[in-house]
Design a protein around this ligand. Structure first.
Ligand code: NAG
Ligand code: NAG
Ligand code: NAG
Ligand code: NAG
Ligand code: NAG
Ligand code: NAG
Ligand code: NAG
Ligand code: NAG
Ligand code: NAG
Length: 507
């Protein structure tokens, strides 16, 4: 999609949102709830991420000036270059929900090994060399606040940051290292002072840098040529003692028409559970909007020529050749014909405990297919196909598949005894079973992207159908080498590893 187009869409979306918010309450189409188990896993995975991040980062050089009273030196100008964090350990780190506020991070007894080159100048001397710094008793606490911007992107803020390093051991290398090392101890105080002043600004800056990436998230995802899916946050997250819950819009739009569907969203409540790390609730409204959007975009229409039926679909059944000759026989056709099946209204979604069904009001037409003239309808009949929806999570996507339960021709009772109607019903049944549903299922194989961050995969997933919503229970797994799925946009874009370290030099 072109950037310009995206801007237009965003503009439109914003206007729509403004209009809607003044008009009626919108409830989320999708809810995502992360539990304490997710936080515990987050500590483990987060440490891995942060360690990788700090080791890869090029830390900007530090320049400064100190007066070293203990050496009776007025000032020493110094440069630290090539600063590298070589080792890193925060064995006692925890994350906890602060109800109504955010997520508190707490760590104590952390250590870090840092290596650097240095360069000092003072009125009396100048020198260069290397040094190793061992920081210990690192303490950090802060509350991560998650909110949203006007586009529905998540926004992170670090509040109440407090960071303190209690011990710093320096050991110098270089020509006069023995000399410097004898003064190393008194130098640790100014180092700690600078460090402790710098830490929170650096961390806050890192969190803000992450927001630049968060604001790049495609909350409006193109699903296919027919629809867009809106994953934007519609409100700030709800945080209780046991979970954080995100309310996502979860609405499908037909391409290039971002008006909300003409039916209201309905509130739903996720059950209180804590066994899984993440619960994703997908409402009936989400599926209704999908049904409506695909219908509006003209997706529920398929026209099969006899050739296509025999070429592509014959392998599904030996019966099809039979079907075609029966149709030809029934309607005394000698010329080639086409079968068109199209939904006449958006399919109706039913979500009952353990039972997800889709009723598709449709019509079937048999058309003549003469090359020159326009197609001519020989017969057309309305019917309702009742299908069961099977669900599975594959490759981080929710895949639906349809199977036909029954169908009913929309005819007066008096016509049901008609022998031709019965024969037509048989034919229709074969066409749906062997022609239309396999085609629909092939399209559905593409699946729906589930909202989840970059490099996180869903494991131990389970799907349940509850009253008016679908509940996905899943654990998360951080994968350093997860293969990129190019067609997957949306929340996948959340890249925790990018952004640059731009620590401010010491004053
Ligand atoms: C860090 O700096 C080195 C050379 O100074 C460069 O090769 C490398 O690409 C830089 N890494 C990042 C992440 O900027
Ligand atoms: C710090 O480095 C810059 C060049 O990067 C140099 O001009 C300056 O003299 C250095 N200062 C000290 C105190 O070493
Ligand atoms: C870990 O942190 C908690 C909370 O501050 C503290 O009570 C505990 O002593 C710490 N444990 C270790 C091994 O540092
Ligand atoms: C970090 O520095 C300390 C003190 O110099 C040292 O004992 C430890 O082995 C170092 N750790 C690593 C992983 O380099
Ligand atoms: C989607 O549309 C593009 C351009 O209109 C076309 O090239 C592409 O084949 C279409 N994709 C599908 C799956 O129909
Ligand atoms: C599922 O729901 C449909 C109505 O939506 C109903 O006709 C059908 O009997 C139900 N199936 C089961 C197994 O409950
Ligand atoms: C339409 O049919 C006529 C003969 O009936 C033929 O001359 C003409 O080429 C055909 N046109 C097309 C576009 O097939
Ligand atoms: C249904 O019955 C009516 C009256 O008996 C008849 O006119 C009509 O053709 C029948 N329709 C079909 C599809 O058989
Ligand atoms: C994240 O931000 C960095 C720099 O701000 C940028 O290079 C990177 O491409 C961004 N990543 C995403 C996924 O937007």
């Amino acid at each position: 999609m072109h950037t310009k187009m995206v801007q237009v869409l965003w503009g439109c979306l914003l206007l729509c949102n403004l209009y809607i918010s003044s008009a009626k309450t919108i409830y989320p189409g999708i809810k995502a709830r992360a539990t304490k188990r997710a936080l515990d896993y987050g500590v483990q995975a987060g440490m891995e991420i942060i360690e990788k991040m700090v080791k890869e980062r090029n830390i900007s050089d530090l320049k400064g000036s100190e007066s070293l009273e203990f050496l009776k030196i007025d000032y020493v100008n110094y440069n630290f270059t090539n600063i590298k964090i070589t080792a890193f350990s925060f064995p006692n780190t925890s994350l906890a929900f602060v109800p109504g506020v955010g997520i508190r991070a707490l760590t104590n007894h952390g250590t870090a090994n840092i290596s650097t080159d240095w360069d000092i100048k003072s009125p009396l001397f100048q020198d260069t060399g290397g040094a190793d710094l061992f920081l210990s008793e690192v303490y950090f606490t802060g509350i991560l606040i998650l909110s949203r911007n006007s586009f529905g992107h998540p926004v992170l803020k670090l509040q109440d940051c407090y960071a303190q390093v209690s011990h710093a051991d320096v050991s110098f290398s270089g020509e006069f290292s023995v000399l410097y090392n004898s003064f190393a101890e008194p130098m640790e105080k100014p180092i700690l002072k600078n460090l402790n002043e710098m830490l929170c600004p650096i961390i806050i800056h890192e969190v803000e840098a992450l927001n630049a990436n968060l604001s790049m998230l495609k909350v409006l995802t193109k699903i296919d040529n027919y629809t867009l899916l809106d994953y934007s946050l519609i409100s700030s997250p709800e945080i209780t003692e046991n979970y954080i819950e995100l309310n996502l819009k979860g609405v499908f739009y037909p391409q290039e028409n971002l008006a909300d569907p003409p039916f209201p969203s309905v509130p739903f409540v996720l059950p209180e559970r804590s066994d899984s790390m993440l619960y994703i609730g997908i409402s009936k409204y989400f599926f209704k909007s999908a049904s409506y959007a695909y219908f509006t975009a003209g997706a529920f229409s398929v026209t099969l020529t006899t050739k296509e039926i025999s070429n592509h679909l014959i392998q599904n059944s030996q019966g099809l050749g039979n079907v075609l000759s029966r149709i030809a026989e029934l309607y005394i056709l000698s010329q080639p014909f086409m079968v068109r099946v199209m939904a006449t209204e958006p399919p109706v979604i039913n979500l009952l405990p353990g039972n997800f069904t889709l009723d598709i009001p449709a019509s079937i037409m048999i058309l003549t297919q003469s090359k020159n003239s326009t197609a001519e309808t020989i017969v057309s009949m309305d019917f309702v196909a009742s299908t069961s929806v099977g669900l599975v999570i594959l490759g981080q996507r929710l895949i639906c598949s349809l199977s036909l339960n029954r169908f009913r021709l929309s005819l007066p009772e008096s016509n049901r005894s008609n022998i031709e109607v019965l024969r037509f019903e048989n034919i229709l049944s074969s066409i749906l079973h062997f022609g239309v549903l396999p085609l629909a299922n092939a399209k559905l194989q593409q699946g729906l992207p589930l909202p989840k961050p970059h490099k996180i995969s869903l494991v131990n997933s389970d799907i349940e159908v509850l009253e008016d919503f679908l509940l996905i229970s899943t654990d998360l797994k951080y994968e350093t080498s997860l293969k990129q799925q190019p067609s997957f946009h949306g929340w996948e874009g959340l890249n925790l590893m990018s952004g640059r370290w731009r620590g401010k030099p010491a004053p």
